[in-house]
Design a protein around this ligand. Sequence first.
Ligand code: BTN
Length: 311
Amino acid sequence: MNTSSDTAGLRAVGGQRISGDSSYFTRYEVTAKVTQGLGIRPSEIRKCLRTRVLGQAGVYFRSLASTNDVAKQLASGGMREGTIVLAESQFRGKGRLGRKWFSPEGGLWFSVMLRPRIEPKHVLKLTLLGSVAVVKTLSKLCGIRAEIKWPNDVLITKRKVCGILAETGIKGKNLEFAILGFGINANLDLAAFPRNLRNSATTLKTHLGKEISREILLCSLLENAEVCYDLFESGKFEEILDDWRKLSGFLGSHVRVLDGQRTIEGIALDLDSDGALIVRLKDGNVHKVISGNVIRVIRASRSEEDCNWIS
Ligand code: BTN
């Protein structure tokens, strides 16, 4: 992992001056004051985090437009690998495919900045890695058996509890940085969701019947993500793919893929070595999907739709 700590150009972020002092980036900066006693405590994160790099520096906001956007600005300014941007709420949270992501107080919304030495086309691998880390975390920490819907939606009882958005910064032909943004519906009541999302979304609070510590959830997720990222960096992405296959519960499903103007339907057969989804079409042909919205067709009359996406 690259741990360079060049902090030039990191003065004004998201409209707020966050710091001009390079030593600041070794600590958590609290720019947020949450009045309702609900707030994430960065000091707790510092105490419980057992990683080498991921989350070893971070910025914490009460509210911002999108943690991914701030992370991108920080990354362009030279922020060191592993830095996280964490927020109590986002007012322009972003989902995949240009959608808006519902992200009020109570969720776990954060982005982590990575500097992998890969070509931009391999960024899909990072999102798969992120979803494996989330499923492992929910299993170890909460005893929840979650599933993954390709590429990286994490579902509990077929409802979406977490989405991951990868964005990149590219210099010439090379990837300068990748931002992995995690949106976990943690301590939220479903009643707080817009009505049209309530059937397709779930929250950890709803599933567990109680709130969980978001600091512990974050630390555990960063630890699992770091293990996966180290495997990836040492050329062992096959191991992540094997975990994805075991944990996803998705392969063998009847799927509908909406890819731009085109819709295809078939059986999700496997992932190729880059993480693309291999679908066998009705006519027996095989099609590789590298992006798009994939819906699992459960019965002729019902299909899973994604959640937290607001129009
Ligand atoms: C999806 O569409 O499934 C991806 C949702 C990703 C949401 C997270 S919340 C933290 C980070 N900041 C954003 O604006 N989006 C991601």
